[in-house]
Ligand binder design. Structure first.
Ligand code: NDP
Length: 245
């Protein structure tokens, strides 16, 4: 356990797998007090038990980011457990890709609800407290899909462009709160498991062959957090070296 880092209270949404899980592991190891949120609490419990057994400070709570009340309760739980939120990592996301003409309207709605409303709910639940304290850090996970569009990914990319727009707007509106948007390239995770469309699933197999370990994104997030309060790492794109995308 490295306790030399200033210990912050960090909330991570979507901490039950992939990038969120790797981020939680790294930040706990660095000595931060981390609060995990996701719907699969069995996974969060197992992760929290493991990290506590090596001395980490970590708590978890069931969280559905599509519900504002739930996100507010998650933040209140974190504050009651460890104190005011210094950082929230709005990481929860889904990616059920399909061509627009497949009219998978329910999946479009789910991406908008989780990837856009979820981020906005994270902001709504933490911004007032951060503004009152005059400090805080909101980290939103976009994607290379927030920088370029590809077939079957129109709605997913729209949500990730939105995350960048929201992040940059928030950054310009405040001179006290740090705002970071991290755009990963392809990362090994469970993200593509939710693709129900056969054409999109096959295309993704080739697209996702060259992938980063989620720890690479965790390190980018940790880098943004460890900067002093007057330094805002506003945007990071992290790709596999061997990937052209
Ligand atoms: P995973 O599918 O492994 O993780 C997604 C996480 O989001 C899970 O912990 C899941 O938890 C959580 N989640 C989904 N829906 C909700 C919800 N309604 N409420 C709360 N949590 C939810 O994928 P990644 O780790 O790859 O994805 C993390 C982020 O990174 C996403 O925003 C994704 O768009 C982005 N990203 C990923 C890339 C990649 O190649 N992997 C590339 C670029 C960006 P649970 O199901 O338990 O609720």
């Amino acid at each position: 356990m490295n306790t030399t880092t200033l210990s912050k209270v960090v909330l991570v949404t979507g901490a039950s797998s992939g990038i969120g899980e790797a981020t939680a592991r790294l930040l706990v190891k660095q000595g931060h007090r981390v609060v995990l949120g996701a719907r699969r609490t069995d996974r969060l419990e197992a992760l929290a038990d493991e990290l506590r057994s090596s001395g980490g400070q970590v708590a978890f709570r069931s969280l559905d980011v599509t519900r504002l009340d739930d996100v507010r309760e998650f933040v209140a739980f974190a504050e009651a457990t460890y104190g005011p939120a210094d950082v929230i990592v709005n990481n929860a996301g889904v990616m059920p890709l399909s061509p627009l003409n497949a009219l998978n309207v329910d999946e479009w709605d789910r991406m908008i609800d989780v990837n856009v409303r979820g981020v906005l709910h994270g902001i709504a639940a933490t911004l007032p407290g951060m503004e009152a304290r005059g400090r805080g850090h909101i980290i939103n996970i976009s994607s290379i899909g927030g920088h370029a569009v590809s077939p079957t990914a129109a709605v997913y990319c729209a949500t990730k462009y939105a995350v960048r727009a929201i992040s940059d707007g928030l950054r310009q509106e405040t001179d006290k709160i740090r705002v970071t948007v991290v755009s990963p390239g392809v990362v090994e995770s469970e993200l593509a498991d939710s693709i129900s469309d056969a054409q999109a699933r096959d295309a993704m197999k080739a697209f996702r062959r060259v992938a980063l370990a989620p720890e690479a994104i965790a390190r980018a997030i940790a880098y943004a957090i460890e900067q002093p309060d007057d330094v805002d790492v506003s945007e990071l794109i992290v790709r596999p070296t061997a990937s052209p995308y």
